[in-house]
Design a protein around this ligand. Structure first.
Ligand code: FES
Length: 185
């Protein structure tokens, strides 16, 4: 998929905050000056934490900042499921459905969440709280069914009861901290 932006669509100024560029600069300092592209994953992570998702404008901005073709940034952003190429809800639930997990009820867990939340994969609940994603192996096959919350929190042995408890916990967290923005992380 091409992500070439027309001239009028290309970012005309900074897309991220000064603080985000400062964080990217700290990542760039870890690599030789002619290897800026080595920081692309960190730059995408920093951008996503701030903007919630990786838009074509963000990709183009990172590409310009790191001196890379926009398509090369897109190839990275679209390869790893931790990057959101569309806006997501406040809680992104990524369920592993790879074979080892599928053999240990990973798919059933995903189906249970779909029915419970009324959404399919890559969809977000109407209240903007939950987005459901299908994930690749998370290196925790023995803990299946497993899922990640917002890329960081691993949840193991997700029976229906544990899924129920998790959803209630996240809803309560959202009610307690309504100002926290979606996606990112
Ligand atoms: S296959 Fe699901 S964690 Fe490995």
């Amino acid at each position: 998929m091409s992500v070439q932006l027309s001239l009028s669509e290309r970012p005309k100024g900074p897309v991220l905050s000064a603080a985000a560029y400062a964080q990217i600069d700290r990542e760039l300092a870890k690599y030789p000056a002619d290897q800026k592209q080595s920081a692309v994953m960190s730059a995408l992570r920093i951008a996503q934490r701030e903007t919630g998702w990786i838009s074509p404008e963000v990709e183009a901005d990172i590409a310009a900042y790191l001196g890379m073709p926009p398509i090369a940034v897109h190839e990275v952003a679209s390869f790893y499921t931790m990057y959101n190429l569309k806006p997501v809800g406040r809680f992104k639930l990524t369920v592993c459905t790879n074979l080892p997990c599928a053999l240990r009820s990973g798919n059933q867990a995903a189906e249970y969440i779909k029915a419970k939340l009324g959404i399919g994969f890559n969809e977000t609940t109407a209240d903007g709280l939950f987005t459901l994603k299908e994930g690749e192996c998370m290196g925790a096959c023995g803990d299946a069914p497993v899922m990640l919350i917002n890329n960081h929190r691993m949840c193991s042995w997700m029976s229906n009861d544990r899924i129920d408890a998790l959803i209630e916990e996240l809803k309560a967290d959202a009610a307690k901290n309504p100002a926290v923005s979606a996606g990112g992380q």
